[in-house]
Each structure stands twice: as C-alpha cells, then as structure tokens.
Design a protein around this ligand. Structure first.
Ligand code: UD1
Ligand code: CA
Length: 452
C-alpha cells in the first residue's frame, strides 16, 4: 500500500500558456491524467493532487476520476512547499508516500511498481527515480556517496561547471517514508538560485536515500516547454509502434505513421506510410492499411485493404477493398468482399456482401443488399433541404452510370436501372427502370452558320 501525491500546482511559465501546464494534452490526454494513469499497477490507499495555479480548472479536468482528493497550495513557493501542504492532511499517516511531478507523463506503470518495491524491501527513508541522460540540461543532478546512496541533489541552475558534467538526473519521482519526510519538511530553506523551497533538499536530512535508475531514460522526461511536449509525443509514438512491431505488425516507414494508444492491431497487419490510426480503431489480421489513410474509431476485418482513404466510425468486414480516395463516415457497415472505389463517399449506410461501389458515388442513409453493383456516378439524393430520407437497394440490383436515386425510395431485388435515370418511385423486383427522356433524333439537321 502507498499514498500518492502529484504536484500539479505550478503554472508552467515556460509553456507560455494560459492553461496550467499539467492540463496540456499529450496525444489526447492531459499530462496530469497520464501521471495518474502511470500509477495503475500500485496498491493505492490515497490519491492526492496538489493544485494551485488555476486549481479550479485542474479539479474540474479530473472530476470524472474516482478517489482523487485535492490539496490546495495557494502560493507556489516551490516543490518542497507543495509537499509541505500535505502535513496537516497526512498527520498520523504511517505508510509510504509516492510523490510525482505532474509534468512527467511518460512513466511506465512497471517502473513505478519497481520503485515502490525497492523502497519497501530496502526500507529506505527515500528512494528516487533517476536516469542517465545524454543531455541532462535543466534537470537536478543526483550525487551519490557510493553505489546508489544519494548524498545530495543540485538543481541545474545551482550547479557549477564540474557538477553539470554529472548526467545522472532526478526524475522528480520519489518514494518516501512519510513519517521521516514529515520530520524533514520543516527544515527546508530557500537558499538557492530561485529562492524557492526545493523538495530535493530533503535528501540532505534523510537517510538512507537510494537512487534507482530507470532502464529507459526517455520515460523520465519532464515537460517544461512546447518542444518537450512535442518530443514526448514522439517518445510515446515510438513506444506504441515498437510494441506493435514486436506483436507482429509490419510498418513501412514508421516515422510517418501515428497510432493512438487505444488502437488494437492483430499480427500480420501491414501499415504503409502516412497512415494514422485513431481512437478505438481495431484492425484484424492480414489487412493492409495505407499508404495515406486515416482510420478513426472503426473496426476493420481480416484481409481488408484501405488505400489513400478516410474511414471514421465504421465497420468493414473481411476481404473488402477500399480506395483509392474513398471516404466512409457516420457509422457505415460494409459487408464481406465489397469494393468501394475511387471518389466514393458513404455515410450512415449498411452494405451487404460482394457489393461494389466502384467509382464517383455518394451513398447516404442507404441500405444495400448483397451483390449490388452501384454504377459509376450513382448518387442517393437523400436530403430535401430539411430532412434526410432513406434509400433501399435490394440484392442483385445494378444501377447504371449517373443514376440519381431520390429518397425515400426502394429498388427491389435484381432491378436494373438504366444509365442516367432519376428514380423517384419504388421499383419492383426484377424490373428494368428507365427514368430519363428518350433520345430524339432529328435527321438532316443544319446548323445556322452552315446556311450562311
Ligand atoms: C524538478 C526538480 C528537478 C528534477 C525535475 C524533473 C525540484 C526543486 N526540482 O525541477 O530536480 O530534475 O523536476 O523533471 O523539485 N509544482 C507545484 N508547486 C510549486 C512548484 C512546482 O506544484 O510551487 C509542480 C509543477 O506543477 C510541476 C512539478 O511541481 O508539475 C515540477 O515543477 P517544475 O517547476 O517543473 O520543476 P523543475 O524545475 O522541472
Ligand atoms: Ca519540470
């Protein structure tokens, strides 16, 4: 068991933003929420977020999360001052306290689990997460007596040139024996470049304090400015893509691909360049997505291809081919072995199996059966300026090129629609419908200028 406190009261001046830093979004989720989520493997008895700058906004942003309590730091006098605010709150608490900077959104739950485990088995007064950074600039440097026993932490701005050479940094993640921490907190001074109360100063009063290196230094990245925010997105993406490649997904030019965290992929999916998978998308085995496709909140079956197309909120069954240049949106359901081709838009439509919509069509609010062939340029005129109306096309029906189906309208089974028809009335099964003016031919026609 452990209590968790997240430091989220700072403004984040270097972000140059009206929004408190911890509410900035990283791939759709705020920094502070990501920090909370990184605690998911811990056995938590209390979860506290310390708020201050625009605290009301931070509280609101986290209001949907159960069990989160808030403590106010009215003036932001430093990370040590922030933790001092817990003293009345945790009075008499006997356990350990995990303190996390609210701007460290890349921590893996396993890392925190391990940190707490080391802390508790060694019975340290404090155990900190550290990392050896290729470029440690901006971070507090951690100095050790021997092995991993920490003597002190010096902030970057308080380091002399020699001290700056130390690449071992403080990640801003600490596990404390609360009773011992509570005895040390009143001793903090403001004897530093920023004249703030630094939490890092407590290591001078506690013993033993142990440093625990993370095996992936990138997960300890703190976000202080917009560049670090965008670099964090890249780290997150690299992690997601590496995991999927390990799980059997092929990616061609992965740097050009983005994948949201909640996407699910099966082995032998192939992702081509410039493919973006968002939201709750799932893609089944054997499917090839891209180049140049965006799929959002959609379920793609096995052996589907999606080429230069956009698919949102839709379901696509096995062996169907989409694109190039198709757009599916607003809950489309495509059956098996269909083909949706060039410049086709489909909205809120259910399509059976083995049906083709190969060229230049718009289908909206429609229901199509199996083995329908939608001719090039067929349009459902589903909107009368006020309301949307449904179109039904039953199995085996073929529409000729450039047909307009004026909804509400139903074409029966095995209907043939002549090219260029404007169909306004329902058509019976097996009929041929021709709804266009007949071709007239006026023989021996002289154009005026021919007479001159
Ligand atoms: C801090 C550490 C540094 C470490 C780095 C890791 C200190 C003194 N320094 O520096 O050793 O390498 O994190 O990223 O702790 N906050 C408050 N109240 C305050 C001040 C800050 O709640 O009065 C919160 C901020 O919202 C932020 C976190 O504490 O989430 C860290 O503050 P920040 O100013 O970013 O600390 P760093 O200078 O990055
Ligand atoms: Ca920081």
């Amino acid at each position: 068991m452990v209590a968790v406190a997240i430091l989220a009261a700072g403004r984040g001046t270097r972000m140059k933003s009206d929004l408190p830093k911890v509410l900035h979004l990283l791939a759709g989720r705020s920094l502070v929420e990501r920090v909370l989520d990184s605690c998911s493997l811990l056995d938590i008895e209390k979860q506290i977020v310390i708020v201050g700058y625009q605290g009301e906004k931070v509280r609101q942003a986290l209001s949907h999360r159960e069990g989160v309590e808030f403590v106010e730091q009215t003036e932001q006098l430093g990370t040590g001052h922030a933790v001092q605010q817990l003293m009345p709150y945790l009075q008499g608490y006997q356990g350990d306290l995990l303190v996390l900077n609210g701007d460290a959104p890349l921590l893996r739950p396993e890392t925190l689990q391990q940190l707490v485990e080391v802390h508790q088995t060694k019975q340290n007064a404090a155990t900190l997460l550290t990392a050896n950074l290729p470029n440690p600039q901006g971070y507090g440097r951690v100095f050790c007596h021997q092995d991993n026993i920490v003597s002190h932490i010096i902030e970057d701005r308080d380091c002399n040139t020699a001290q700056k050479q130390n690449r071992r940094v403080n990640a801003g993640i600490y596990c404390f024996n609360w009773q011992k921490l509570a005895e040390s907190l009143p001793k903090l001074s403001t004897n530093n470049d920023q004249q703030e109360y630094y939490l890092t100063e407590v290591v001078d009063y506690l013993s033993p304090v142990m440093a625990n290196d993370s095996d992936d230094y990138r997960e300890t990245n703190g976000i202080n400015d917009r560049q670090q925010l965008s670099a964090a997105y890249d780290v997150l993406q690299a992690r997601i893509k590496d995991d999927w490649m390990k799980a059997g997904v092929t990616m061609v030019n992965p740097d050009s691909i983005t994948i949201d965290e909640n996407v699910q992929l099966e082995p032998d999916v192939i992702l081509e360049p410039q493919t973006h998978l968002r939201g709750t998308t799932t893609i089944a085995t054997g499917s090839r997505i891209g180049p140049g496709s965006l799929i959002e909140n959609s379920q793609i079956g096995t052996n589907v291809t999606v080429l230069y197309s956009v698919v949102t909120d839709s379901e696509v069954a096995a062996n169907t081919r989409i694109g190039p240049y198709s757009h599916l949106r607003g809950s489309v359901k495509l059956g098996e072995s269909c083909r949706v081709g060039n410049f086709v838009e489909i909205k809120k439509t259910i399509v059976g199996s083995n049906t083709n919509v190969a060229h230049l069509s718009y289908l909206g609010d429609a229901t199509l059966g199996d083995r329908v062939n939608v001719g090039a340029g067929t349009i459902t005129a589903n909107y009368d300026g006020k309301k949307k109306h449904p179109t039904t096309i039953k199995k085996g029906t073929k529409t000729g090129s450039n047909s307009v189906l004026v909804a509400p309208v139903t074409l029966g089974e095995n209907v043939t629609v002549a090219a260029g028809s404007v169909v306004t009335k329902n058509v019976e099964d097996n009929a041929l419908v021709i709804a266009r003016s007949q071709q007239k031919e006026i023989p021996d026609w002289h154009r005026h200028h021919d007479d001159e």
